[in-house]
Design a protein around this ligand. Structure first.
Ligand code: G
Ligand code: G
Ligand code: NA
Ligand code: MN
Length: 256
């Protein structure tokens, strides 16, 4: 497959790039984090959607190398920003194949140590489907990660198996409310009921809530009134290059 052959060479050819989408605190309006989102500029011919090449990378095992590149690049970015006085935690998406590697935690710590990055600035975004394959093992891994100081989020919450029991069992720091509960929420009483119930529950469970994919002022207004802590979405900013993200951070008067 031509796509696979090209993907194999993407790292060596310098075609992979991380974009960073701001996470914004609703209370203060400030940027309080970033999600790293992978982009592939295939043969410098335009971006291929990760929705397309991540599944391919998973099927072929290339995700191992790519995932490592993502973590290393994110760590280097954290280091660069820290040195500039910009203290911004960066979240990376982790796929099942990566998480289920026997040495995932050791390997992660090795990278953090090599790069000299405080683990508290790295977050992992995991989906439910990653964790349900082997619950006991997943719980042990999450506990290990947390003991090392790494933060863990449940991504796309509400779209997978969504046993509420997982919130009990898995030691997450943050719940990322999937965009399907944000889109047009102001017009949909059923969605509103779900958002209210989820956020009320997370308050009791001491979880931070990030609303994903906020696009409109109406969606934002509902989210604002309903216990979410942070938002991520086009209403504030799309994913940005590192330079654009840095520019946005520096334009915040309180950070200068
Ligand atoms: O970035 P959107 O911008 O198109 O991302 C599409 C999908 O690809 C999302 O589900 C996102 O979680 C996933 N994705 C983006 N970057 C990465 C990455 O570095 N690793 C993994 N495993 N998935 C990623
Ligand atoms: O699956 P995951 O939640 O990791 O990926 C987030 C995805 O959502 C990325 O593809 C990102 O580009 C996309 N995204 C971010 N903000 C918005 C938004 O406001 N609207 C829509 N439709 N997508 C968004
Ligand atoms: Na994510
Ligand atoms: Mn998500």
């Amino acid at each position: 497959l031509a796509l696979e052959a090209d993907l194999q060479k993407a790292i060596a050819r310098n075609e992979l790039q991380l974009y960073y989408q701001p996470k914004v605190c609703l209370k203060t309006g400030k940027i309080v984090g970033a999600e790293a989102l992978l982009r592939w500029n295939r043969c410098n011919n335009g971006l291929v959607s990760p929705g397309l090449f991540i599944p391919l990378a998973e099927e072929t095992g290339l995700i191992e190398t790519i995932g490592e590149w993502v973590v290393k690049t994110a760590c280097r970015q954290i280091k660069t920003w820290t040195n500039l006085g910009l203290l911004i935690p960066v979240a990376v998406n982790v796929s099942a194949y990566q998480f289920n590697q026997a040495n995932f935690c050791e390997h992660l710590m090795e990278i953090l140590n090599d790069q000299g990055v405080d683990p508290a600035y790295l977050e992992l975004e995991l989906t439910e489907s990653i964790l349900v394959k082997n619950e006991e093992l997943s719980i042990r891994k999450l506990k290990e990660l947390k003991s090392l100081g790494v933060k863990v989020s449940i991504d796309d919450f509400g779209t997978g198996y969504s046993s509420l029991n997982y919130l009990n069992k898995f030691p997450f720091d943050t719940l990322k409310l999937d965009r399907c509960f944000v889109k047009d929420v102001h017009q949909n009483p059923k969605t509103q009921a779900i958002v209210k119930a989820v956020t009320m529950m997370t308050k009791q469970l001491n979880l931070k809530v990030v609303a994903e994919g906020v696009e409109t002022a109406e969606e934002l207004a509902f989210i604002y009134d309903n216990l979410c802590h942070e938002i991520q979405g086009y209403i504030f900013s799309p994913p940005l290059t590192d330079a654009q993200f840095e520019g946005l951070l520096k334009s915040d008067p309180e950070l200068n």
